[in-house]
Design a protein around this ligand. Structure first.
Ligand code: SF4
Ligand code: SF4
Length: 364
């Protein structure tokens, strides 16, 4: 059950100094993409922040969302935020099983009524009275309604919880839907992705810790700060797209030179997510950087909106004339493009550097 210590105290117990705490506040503000002017406000709030109770329900899912969040090799700023929450119920991570686990859920709901955060991953089956998926004899539908009633806010983690995802793919035998199709009277934030980016999940939790509310959302219920731009707009391969330089196969000359993956089915132009800037595996890389097009995993209708390797209908913009002009510019322009490409890549990496506890306590 939640121990009533502040975040500052929790960090002290991990050996983080006052100076380290201020660095932590700066990194947290950057995680939420807040301007530096707001750092003192973030520090004041985090100094007092108590451990919020979190109930995490996993329904029709593959456990990829939880795997994504726990795949951290060093205690980073993001993992410190995750450590600070009181995870009172989580099917995969909790030690308790059977009656003890269900008792923990009921106790957390009673003790923190109106204040706990409900995190959901996985879709909810509605067909056959919800009997396709049950936990402790309770259908997912029933458990969701029961837990949502006393929640302060709901975080739908992953595309399945946000929009139905893979279980909802045609012909959708279980009648799977996302959380917002069922719960209409609670603030809900969608953090889609298959799986979602861990820093985005913790960014949303950090916002709740600092401001006691959910971040600003777009028309699909996603935090604007992470989903405000599409993959294509932030992609470091974009200059190749503009010049009409596309890889035609995964092992041709264009693929080796890092050209645009549009013709290989990249869904970057219609996908809103933070992969191109936040990246994956503690900022190491992201799918397009490792040579595979975006498959649009964070959009509603993921799986039913076209083949993974089928190119979108036509490239946007006047690619033809751009390509002709580019050809006239010759080799020198190609070298300039490569440099621009590299600098975009470096800028994206720099904007979201991973910070560990050791970094927090470094003198510089
Ligand atoms: S690789 Fe994909 S996201 Fe990047 S520029 Fe090409 S189409 Fe856009
Ligand atoms: S690059 Fe596209 S498909 Fe891959 S994780 Fe990001 S949003 Fe999903």
């Amino acid at each position: 059950m939640a121990e009533e210590i502040t975040l500052l105290e929790s960090l002290r117990r991990r050996g983080v100094s006052r100076r380290g705490f201020l660095k932590f506040c700066t990194a947290t503000a950057s995680l939420m993409a807040l301007p530096p002017a707001l750092i003192p406000r973030v520090a004041a709030a985090l100094e007092q922040a108590k451990r919020p109770s979190v109930i995490w329900l996993s329904f029709q899912e593959c456990t990829g969302c939880t795997e994504s969040l726990t795949r951290s090799h060093a205690p980073t700023v993001e993992s410190l935020i995750f450590d600070h929450i009181s995870l009172d119920y989580h099917h995969t991570l909790q030690a308790a099983a059977g009656d003890a686990a269900e008792h923990a859920r009921e106790e957390a709901m009673k003790q923190h009524h109106g204040k706990y955060i409900l995190v959901v991953d996985g879709s909810i089956p509605l067909a056959e009275n919800g009997n396709y998926s049950t936990i402790a004899g309770i259908s997912n539908l029933e458990m969701l309604k029961e837990c949502a009633e006393g929640a302060a806010a709901i975080v739908s983690v992953g595309t399945c919880a946000a929009y139905g995802g893979l279980p909802m793919a045609k012909p959708n035998p279980t009648g799977a839907v996302g959380v917002s199709e069922i719960i209409k009277d609670k603030p809900i934030v969608n953090v889609p992705g298959c799986p979602p980016i861990p820093t985005v999940i913790t960014g949303v939790l950090a916002h709740f810790l600092v401001f006691g509310s959910l971040p600003e959302l777009d028309h699909l219920g996603r935090p604007k700060v992470f989903f405000g731009q599409n993959i294509h707009d932030r992609c470091y391969r974009r200059p190749f797209y503009e010049r009409g330089q596309f890889a035609e196969t995964f092992d041709d000359e264009g693929a080796r030179k890092g050209w645009c993956l549009y013709k290989l089915g990249c869904k970057g132009p219609i996908t809103y997510n933070a992969c191109a800037t936040n990246k994956w595996n503690e900022g190491t890389s992201w799918p397009v950087e490792s040579g595979h097009g975006c498959i649009g995993c964070s959009e509603p209708g993921f799986w039913d909106f076209g083949g993974l390797y089928k190119a979108l209908s036509v490239p946007t913009g006047n690619i033809g004339s751009t390509a002709v002009a580019a050809a006239a510019l010759g080799v020198a322009a190609g070298a300039g493009l490569a440099a621009m490409n590299r600098s975009k890549k470096q800028a994206a990496a720099k904007a979201h550097e991973t910070m560990t506890v050791t970094d927090l306590n470094k003198e510089t």
